[in-house]
Design a protein around this ligand. Sequence first.
Ligand code: ADP
Ligand code: MG
Ligand code: MG
Length: 905
Amino acid sequence: MPKKYQLTYSFGAGKAQGRAEMRERLGGKGAGLHEMTRIGVPVPPGFTIPTEVCSYFSAHQKRYPKGLEKAVAVALKDVEKILGRVFGDPANPLLVSVRSGARDSMPGMMDTVLNLGLNDRTVDGLAARSKNPRFAFDSYRRFVQMYADVVLGIKSKDKSAADPLGQILDDKKLRRGVQEDSELTVADLRELVSEYKSEVRSRLGKDFPEDPYEQLWGAIGAVFGSWNNDRAIAYRELYRIPHQWGTAVNVQAMVFGNLGDRCATGVTFTRDPATGEKRPYGEFLVNAQGEDVVAGIRTPRSITELRQVMPKAFDQLRRICRLLEKHFREMQDIEFTIEDDHLWVLQTRTGKRTGFASLRIAVDLVTERIISRQEALLRVEPDQLNQLLRPIFDRKGKEIAQQEGRLLGRGLPAGPGAATGRLVFHAEDAVTWNNRGEHVILCRIETSPDDIRGMDAAQGILTARGGMTSHAALVARQMGKVCVAGCEAIQIDYTRRVLHVEQTELREGDWISIDGSTGAVFRGEIQTLPSEILQVLLLNRSRDGRQSNIYQYFSKLMKWADQTRKLGVRTNADQPDQAAIAKAFGSEGIGLCRTEHMFFQGDRIQAVREMILADDETGRRRALAKLLPMQRQDFKGILGIMGNLPVTIRTLDPPLHEFLPKTDAEIQELAQVMGVEVGTLSNKVNVLHEFNPMLGHRGCRLGISYPEITEMQAQAIFEAACELRREGQNPFPEIMIPLVGSRQELHEQRVIVDRVAAETMKRFGVKVRYSIGTMIELPRACMVADEIAEEAEFFSFGTNDLTQTCLGLSRDDAGRFLPSYVLHGLLPDDPFVSIDRDGVGALMRIAIAKGRRRRKGLEMGICGEHGGEPRSIEFCHRIGLDYVSCSPYRIAIAKLSAAQAALRK
Ligand code: ADP
Ligand code: MG
Ligand code: MG
């Protein structure tokens, strides 16, 4: 058992035993209920059973700790006292909800039971007290259906099989000729309850429990058990929530939004979770209960209409929104119920939001003096910034689609951005198609928690029913997916895999385009354009001559990040256009320029092949002479764009055979150019074959075997730099030698580069600032880093190769087993995604310590792909690197991650 804890924590009538800070113990929902009670928000009374009990329950074959039963009875008595009703009392029954609530919200993943405490006797009491038999039997009907599903597990595990009680309800409506549940009469509802119960008896071989206490313990056990249901486990895996946390259980007095037309239930956000705008946002349904809004059963009304329908409750809700936002200093997502014009708040939590909203809310809260700049920097998830760079539709393309009558309809703009892809109707199909490399739009009547993997795989999500706070909308916003929800014009047939909008039919695989910023849905493909931010940054284009709103927010946050971070941020760019993008994003240099990518352009590859296949040095030099002007041109372009910022240029790295002709036709063509026999040539090609090229003749080993290659590259770099120098610029090349494992290797290469540098500068009559260093990508290099440092002015960790060589793991072959390693916890993470801190990280620490000890001011960076991954960046900050280098489009992410790392220290 962990340290001592109470078995129940009560809240109600303005007093609470818990606090907001106790979310580990009370769960997010519980902690919120306690805190709201404390600050005077109207919350129905109840109590929380802490998460420790869930852990105990899981570890002890579903038994409870001693004393829990008694503690629950006592806590329930307190609730009875506050309300003057008694649990199980036929005359004046107390009804409760039993609600799950983990530390981090897992919307809809676990179970909740409402209206608990109803049976054939208490239902009459409820009917008499409320003077509303219809309401009493509606609640009873809902309770039996929910309890049978959640606690008794009446639905078959097979998802395609119909839900038996739902079927009984549908049959009843059909026979009565009604559309809505609300049109059923008291007699219908009474019949439904007994039909449900006999269905339970025949399917499960036992009676539906009548005893309220038996119901209560059944529900508590089911909520604890739901922590380990498949979809909750899948969700935790997706969002990295530890399995051992457990859920709390909240038992809370029911309030009723289904008592009539003065009643309602709804969800509201204190700000718009799609755009971040400060305005009333949310939805409600009159005369409805609980999940009705979220489940997408009826499409709800916008919260702004509540002002007309129930003005008093609306005003109170707005006041509470402001209070909660101030109190929690964060945008809130609030569940409420109105019972006879009386407002009750049932939940508050930090609202999930898109990247746009996240950025805007963080910056606005600073402007409103609610949070500091530092807090704002910590509030935005770095990866969410990707969404801001997501494409939008080409305006022309959209107009044409409209003129051609391809607008199918409009839904709610639930997740901004534009997505175009092929239509699929099932989550599993979205996954399979995506694995094949297809872009898909997942279209559902409404989504459920079972669909999350498919939603993750889709480019965009489209639903026919449900509102802005429906499951689809909520999850899409969190995942940063483009989403249009509740497009009611659409009729879906899952079995035939088609959808209809009036006369138009679309089949699985047809193209469809959705605009998550406006809600429009189009047939066919529409071209997409760079996002507003990219347009401002790269094309210097801004709407109406002004910079867009979102760009201003973005640049403000980036400015704060720049002022805060300690790590430098550079980019990996091989070509001038990439360098230009990086510069626009504020890159502080190039951390990796791979020279070999330049070899593939145009007809250069012929010259490269000639060089590789030459018989001797003379032949090689002849081919290299052809390459020299091309490389010089490339380097001049990149060095020119980067001005006086450092540009780290790596000498030739990959195994030579990667450049060789593969097909017979290619070999023939080359033989002709080189004037040799086809047979001789193909023999040579074969000789260059390597068993394990990753560990073969590559990196500096090439430059050591063929010094003239390094010589030519150095000459190209320094001629380019000298030309720029003559033109009045101040370029700063850093020459990086790859795959070094010993001091001597670096020394030999360095001598060549220094010699060529001196010769070239002399020839041009100018001086160019430069430095020479190495990539650290072999374990041996880390171990002898002190010796290597004598020859190197900088180290740059090549963590892709360092990971491969440290773990003895080939990235190209690891796909077969690595995912299952991560799944089963043999490795904490995919080491190619996030730095393996214990292994690779330890090597890096050794190299840093040894290197710095030998050479003061040795500059250190990282140029592996980890340089753009937030958790790896945090690690780089901690071990004291000078900079990270990442792809141009991840620069903003890297800057924010670096700022966060500096703040978290
Ligand atoms: P989830 O975590 O899936 O949102 P909740 O425990 O919040 O589950 O409950 C589901 C729905 O039931 C919510 O809409 C909530 O507001 C409603 N609900 C829960 N408890 C009560 C209650 N005591 N009275 C009225 N409605 C309730
Ligand atoms: Mg809820
Ligand atoms: Mg490498």
